[in-house]
Write a protein that binds this ligand. Structure first.
Ligand SMILES: C[S@@+](CC[C@H](N)C(=O)[O-])C[C@H]1O[C@@H](n2cnc3c(N)ncnc32)[C@H](O)[C@@H]1O
Ligand SMILES: [Zn+2]
Length: 266
């Protein structure tokens, strides 16, 4: 995918182990194979995004195959729509879903995440793809680059997504549903509260063509119980008592419940 300079917006050209723009802004390709295109003013903290610990927990959990039905739903849906062009995964994490999706489609892949640890981990394992440390709100790729953009349990920036998608391209959004991981929540919270959640949003410039429910049960044991927590935003909300209860949980059967929304860019 053609990359843009995060400082001035001009096209970047590859020169040995770096990317340079005509105005002389330069970005090194890290030893692990990713490039940092996160401009200083786009960083809201020293190390934005998921921490190394979260990334490693997610990798260990996903690699064990607990969420394989989500990868299968992505692949089946994309194949059903006949998608074959470049894939852009926004908030890609350590790359589990999009590497499998792009491989199944035989499509080139670009993954971006604001967490350097996440893209470092993705680049270390999935060598054939382009990995960028960048923000979803300023995606450093040229207009109309992607045939398929995915945002999986990650944030949505509809205007940027519209810009970087080809006309007629697809946006796949995976959202957790209201009843996602109720077993985990029942352990870590004293009381379960239900906030109304819109799992079928609409975005200007996009037509929603399908909403696919994905629901399945799984059982985790030992360290994977903790990994499951670390992958979720609950890790930041948990109380000491909740953490202690989870630490005393050797085995947990839970239900993953999410929605795959398919949008076509108009
Ligand atoms: C819940 S994780 C999901 C990761 C991956 N899509 C998956 O499902 O395995 C959300 C990801 O979004 C990233 N993220 C948070 N803010 C971001 C931003 N502004 N731009 C790009 N990525 C961001 C985090 O670093 C994290 O890796
Ligand atoms: Zn520049």
């Amino acid at each position: 995918m053609d990359l843009l300079c995060p400082v001035c917006g001009a096209e970047l050209n590859r020169l040995d182990n770096r990317y340079v723009c005509p105005r002389g802004h330069s970005f090194d390709i890290a030893r692990q194979g990713y490039v940092n295109l996160l401009a200083v003013q786009q960083k809201h903290s020293r190390n934005p995004g998921d921490t190394r610990e979260q990334v490693l927990s997610r990798r260990e959990f996903l690699e064990a195959g607990f969420y394989a039905p989500i990868a299968q739903a992505l692949i089946g849906t994309a194949k059903g729509l006949g998608i074959s062009g470049p894939v852009l995964d926004v908030g890609c994490g350590e790359g589990y879903y999009s590497s499998r999706l792009a491989q199944a489609l035989g499509a080139p892949l670009t993954g971006l995440d604001i967490s350097k640890e996440a893209v470092r981990c993705a680049a270390g394992k999935y060598k054939g793809a382009q990995w960028l440390c960048a923000t979803a709100s300023h995606i450093p790729v040229a207009d109309g680059s992607a045939a398929l953009l995915t945002s999986l349990f990650a944030l949505t920036a509809p205007e940027e997504f519209h810009r970087v998608l080809q006309p007629g391209g697809y946006f796949f959004q995976v959202l957790a549903a209201q009843d996602h991981l109720l077993g985990l929540k029942a352990i870590i919270y004293d009381q379960l509260t239900f906030k109304e959640k819109d799992t079928q949003p609409e975005f200007p410039g996009f037509a929603r063509v399908q909403s696919v429910p994905i629901r399945f049960s799984f059982t985790v044991e030992g360290k994977q119980v903790q990994n499951l927590l670390s992958m979720t935003p609950h890790v930041f909300r948990i109380t000491k008592e909740g953490a202690a209860r989870l630490a005393n949980t050797p085995c947990l059967t839970d239900t993953a419940s999410c929605v795959l929304n398919v949008f076509r860019r108009i």
